[in-house]
Design a protein around this ligand. Sequence first.
Ligand code: ACO
Length: 403
Amino acid sequence: MKSNTAQAATAVQPTTTNDQCNGHSVYKPGLEGVVAAETALSHVDGQKGELLIGGYRLEELAANATFEEVVYLLWHGSLPQQSALETFEKSLATQRALPPAVVQLLRAAAKEQIPTMTALRMAAGTIDIDSANTNDNSDPTAQAQVILARLPTIVATYWRLATGQEPFAPNPTLNHAANYLYMLTGQSPTSAQVRGLETYLNTVIDHGLNASTFAARVIIATATDLTSAVVGALGALKGPLHGGAPGPALDMVFDIGQPAHAESYLRAKLASGERLMGFGHRIYRVRDPRAEVLAQEAARMFQADGDMALYELAKTVEAKAVALLAEYKPGRNLQTNVEFYTALLLHGLGLETDLFTPTFAISRAAGWLAHCFEQQATGRLIRPQSHYIGERKGGWLPIEQRN
Ligand code: ACO
């Protein structure tokens, strides 16, 4: 690299090459293995393939609880009793309507036909335009409730506008999951559809210190507001290495089209160095337990009223992909992750691929907000160190003398 300085630059010697060096910590690319928070919200055991949410095994919680119950569990530390649940449900249900300025923004975004996740990220920053200056200290979760109640309205409103349809007003008689499906279509969903969506929302609500949750904690640790933390987390979730994978995972299944084509298609992708979306995970070395819960829910849904050929094709693609990943990336233990069956389940619910990541976001936001409460309780700024690998330069030159 060309230096702008008159004198030869000298490289600064690394000071942090191992745990002991000059008392500095070792640099861990991607913070792999670094413990950066304590949490009582979820426990991810990547070796055993176990996930606890609010202390409960995912398999026990996901298919039984309503989404509101799991949010309450994360925000308050225990499952609600009937009266507390009713109060919480009512509070969320009555705060879903968007301020007119947010709808105006969504109309402008729809004209540009931007992806739904981008519209969600943009509109989320304006979500509290009517309450950003309110200092209600009586309930620490009050602002979080506004955010959680309105995110599905943003997604459904944008989706309808972007597809040339007028949005539906939220229906306060429906619960969180049912209302989301209603606002997308204008139809009251069946109880099987609501159960399918709730199982999905419960499954992805929290997952240790994943990238978007870490982003939320870093942001809230500066003593800023919850909306800022959620907007930052949305930006992190949007990336294809995190929450952006289920759309491409389903596209891949559709591209393959029939079981007999799976092997040649997947081999070609792996041989050209491409990643298979919906497979691999930083923590799990066995099958992601969320994939199992969602696979079972998808099987129930597809068997009751769905395209079983697509379901069977997806099972074949999964089996072939896992086998080929073992062949192409030996020793990596690359297994199915949550996104593969997310794609199938949400497709079964009638959602288009562009809605997959935003639907993930409306659940994970509850987890981000719970992590914000935990982080606020520590009162500690998150501020790691970096390891300078640039040069030590000298000999300042005025701009007209530089070449
Ligand atoms: N397909 C092909 N190869 C893969 C895949 C995959 N899905 N995942 C990892 N690998 C390979 C990498 O290329 C790398 O190979 P190399 O060492 O020969 O270069 C090796 O396996 C290790 O990969 P890393 O990137 O170090 O693994 P990391 O833990 O950082 O990656 C990640 C995790 C990002 C999820 C990765 O597995 C991936 O890209 N998967 C596909 C995208 C996806 O499904 N994302 C959703 C994740 S779940 C969630 O966030 C909710």
